[in-house]
Write a protein that binds this ligand. Structure first.
Ligand code: FAD
Length: 500
């Protein structure tokens, strides 16, 4: 679309952004009969936001295989005799959200997320998104049978890349227009109502009137100035795992219009990320610079010290918080250390060509290769750790096995294996920020509220822009589910309001 076509499109609903939340909002508004225009800051080639970088983990509640088959009908033809999916009830989903956010999650938003999750998964699948069992990522083989843990039974087939392909195809079929290289700059307001967007198309300023606007253009994770301002010292230097376009523009324009900030503005999702990864995400590698299997080894910093309980819980309960702990270490790096007993448990991300890795048949040899680490202190740490492991308790990666250490300054709570079986291997990581937790206050209808708790006529928000769900931590696979759930809600509300 060129600037004239965009400014003359006359949409009922403008959706800002073109990631998962925005596409779900656009599809939902279109299903209500609205004429929809999406504005995307990125070019066609770089479209898709953080959603495109995802591995496709997708969290929803289910009560057994029958529910899963409704989301993934092809499973009917698969041989599932060696798979135990278990259940992941709404109660378990609530428990995870409460535990991980230390009971801070906004109860009303959390209720919307959890109670709608299965229906949303079916709705997304109904738009051509394919899912598959997350074998190998969220299940290990025990006695020849795959046993799931942690509630992520199905993943999106092909990850973010395929998710986006399917959603763009659905948007195309529905007749939704998308203007690329067209960042939204500000909201148009008249008589207290949001009634359009000012955007720039290849630098040319355009005004686009509309009945309602859905903001779904991400958080401020790509913006070093805002990271330093809200997250704190050092965060400007974190690597960004995904898109370079989530500069906080949507949050800024909504706050300027009087929207209410909500949630954990000093918090974010950040993980262990290869120290040599580029400053922003690289679509040819996707999420594979991440290194999530630290619960089966130890983490050491430049002093050669362990600095955290690696085995506190499954990685899906700790990874989003532990990434930020690396930033607090001297030099902002850590090394993950494993021995060959657990090599088979490490995910594919440990075997990519662009991995920063050291390996040796002796611990002394490994110590010499750990860039930036005090070797003497490292060897002392390993000796003390090995001596403290309760090897009388059996190791089991499928449950929190309670195989812990005793008597260390920082004990390891589960999966404590002595490092005693060569070859030893180590991975050099720093902090990779995924997305920011602070956002806008939205009502149960996805409508943005002003500073006094009143709905702002004509303004809706979805995805990373919704504040209040996540605090300090996060349950993996919830970002895509939240984007789809609140996107659907916001699109529906915006279409109704535009029609009215
Ligand atoms: C490497 C990685 C792996 C991940 N893995 C998973 C996973 O497996 N499961 C999961 O649930 N979550 C995962 N996440 C988190 C997930 O990506 C996000 O929670 C979710 O995709 C956010 O969706 P969104 O639509 O809100 O934002 P985005 O997908 O980031 O979309 C925002 C869009 O807005 C556009 N935009 C920004 N500013 C403007 C503007 N001013 N005007 C117009 N457009 C603008 C951006 O270009 C972008 O396209 C992962 C994230 C990363 C980075």
């Amino acid at each position: 679309m060129n600037a004239t076509e965009i400014s003359e499109y006359s949409p009922d609903v403008i959706v800002v952004g073109a990631g998962n939340a925005a596409l779900c909002a656009a599809l939902s508004a279109r299903a209500e009969g609205a004429r929809v225009l999406m504005l995307e800051a990125a070019s066609f080639e770089e479209r898709g936001g953080n959603s495109r970088f995802t591995g496709g983990a997708f969290r929803f509640a289910f009560n057994g295989v029958d529910d899963l088959m409704q989301v993934c009908p092809s499973m009917r033809d698969d041989d599932l005799s060696n798979v135990d999916f278990g259940t992941y009830t709404e109660a378990q989903f609530f428990d995870d959200m409460f535990e991980l956010t230390e009971y801070r999650t906004d109860p009303e938003l959390c209720e919307i997320l959890v109670r709608n999750s299965l229906e949303t998964a079916k709705w997304v699948a109904g738009h051509g998104v394919k899912l598959q069992p997350g074998l190998g990522r969220q299940a290990y083989q025990v006695d020849g049978k795959f046993k799931f843990w942690g509630g992520l039974a199905l993943h999106i087939w092909g990850g973010g890349e395929e998710l986006l392909k399917a959603l763009y195809a659905a948007a195309d079929r529905a007749g939704i227009a998308i203007a690329y290289s067209t960042p939204a700059e500000s909201l148009i307001r008249k008589d207290g109502r949001v009634c359009g967007i000012v955007a720039a198309h290849h630098g040319q300023r355009i005004e686009i009137p509309a009945g309602a606007v859905v903001l779904a253009c991400g958080g401020f994770e790509s913006n070093p100035e805002m990271r330093a301002r809200y997250l704190g010292v050092g965060w400007d230097m974190a690597k960004v795992r995904g898109t370079r376009f989530n500069m906080g523009a949507g949050l800024r324009m909504a706050l300027e219009a009087g929207a209410q900030p909500h949630g954990n503005w000093s918090g974010c999702h950040a993980v262990a990320w290869d120290v040599n990864a580029p400053p922003f995400g690289d679509l040819s590698v996707g999420d594979q610079f991440q290194k999530h299997n630290y619960p089966y080894g130890i983490l050491v910093n430049a002093r050669g010290d362990r600095y955290i309980d690696e085995g506190r819980n499954f990685h899906s309960h700790t990874y989003a918080r532990y990434g930020g702990e690396i930033l607090k270490q001297p030099g902002m790096f850590a090394w993950q250390i494993f021995d060959s007993k657990v090599s088979h448990l490490l995910r594919s991300e440990y075997r990519i060509p662009r991995v920063t890795k050291a390996q040796s048949d002796t611990l002394e040899g490994l110590a010499e290769q750990l860039d930036g680490v005090d070797p003497k202190s490292f060897l002392e740490t390993v000796r003390a750790f090995n001596a403290a492991c309760r090897t009388d308790i059996p190791f089991d990666p499928n449950v929190r096995d309670g195989r812990h250490t005793d008597g260390l300054a920082i004990d390891k709570t589960n999966w404590a294996n002595p490092l005693d079986t060569p070859p030893y291997h180590a991975y050099h990581v720093t902090t990779g920020i995924t997305f920011t937790f602070g956002g806008l206050k939205v009502s149960n209808a996805g409508q943005v509220e002003n500073q006094y708790g009143q709905p702002m006529p004509g303004l809706y928000a979805a995805g990373e822009m919704v504040g209040g769900l996540f605090f300090n931590n996060y349950a993996s696979g919830t970002g895509l589910m939240s984007g789809a759930t609140f996107g659907r809600l916001a699109g529906y509300g915006a279409a109704q309001e535009a029609r009215a």
